[in-house]
Ligand binder design. Structure first.
Ligand code: NI
Length: 186
């Protein structure tokens, strides 16, 4: 396993539409292992392959549930089959350090994907897990959570975004151990 640096806003790979993975092999399993290690090192609860510079439709999540349990999944070629309700909640992104905003998402999603063994997986997710999966699936389409904010909100963030794009990171950003004082970002 190796830790891969997380790409920051302004890196063009974050705007790529990731391609479908043709099949599950050892190279892909290595990528998944690296995604997990990087997610953990950066204190994230989700990570998409674009965020480490690989434009393939692969994401990992490791989301705390109730009573100390965690939802740990690798999703390959994920597709949303069903959406229920909408809900707003705070998000941060490992590729957008220092930015936290409320984003409206589907409250519950049913997602089909392959798991790391190449088996079909159907995941019925709600709450924080549903939010994490939708955030990561956006990454696979080159979409960032700030794209989902109102024009006014984006206007407020313009300067911070421009700074990130110029490679000026927040002063308190010390990867890979930065947690930004929040519970975890995606
Ligand atoms: Ni993100």
């Amino acid at each position: 396993m190796s830790l891969r640096p997380v790409r920051i806003y302004g890196d063009p790979v974050l705007r790529d539409r990731a391609v479908e993975v043709p099949g599950v092999d050892d190279t892909l399993r290595q990528l998944i292992a690296d995604l997990r290690e990087s997610m953990k090192a950066y204190g994230g609860v989700g990570l998409a392959a674009n965020q480490v510079g690989v434009a393939q439709r692969v994401l990992v999540v490791d989301v705390p549930l109730e009573e100390g349990e965690r939802a740990v999944h690798a999703l390959i070629n994920p597709v949303v089959k069903r959406r229920v309700g909408t809900i707003s909640g705070e998000e941060g992104c490992l590729s957008l350090p220092g930015i936290w905003e409320d984003v409206t998402r589907s409250e519950r999603v049913v997602v089909e994907a392959l798991d790391e063994e190449g088996r079909k997986l159907v995941l019925d997710a709600e709450g924080y897990l549903a939010r994490a999966i939708q955030h990561e699936m956006d990454h696979l389409d080159g979409v960032l959570f700030v794209d989902r904010l109102s024009p006014l909100k984006r206007q407020f963030l313009r300067r911070s975004l421009d700074e990130l794009a110029r490679g000026e990171l927040p002063e308190d950003y010390h990867p890979p151990t930065d947690r930004g004082g929040h519970g975890g970002s995606f």
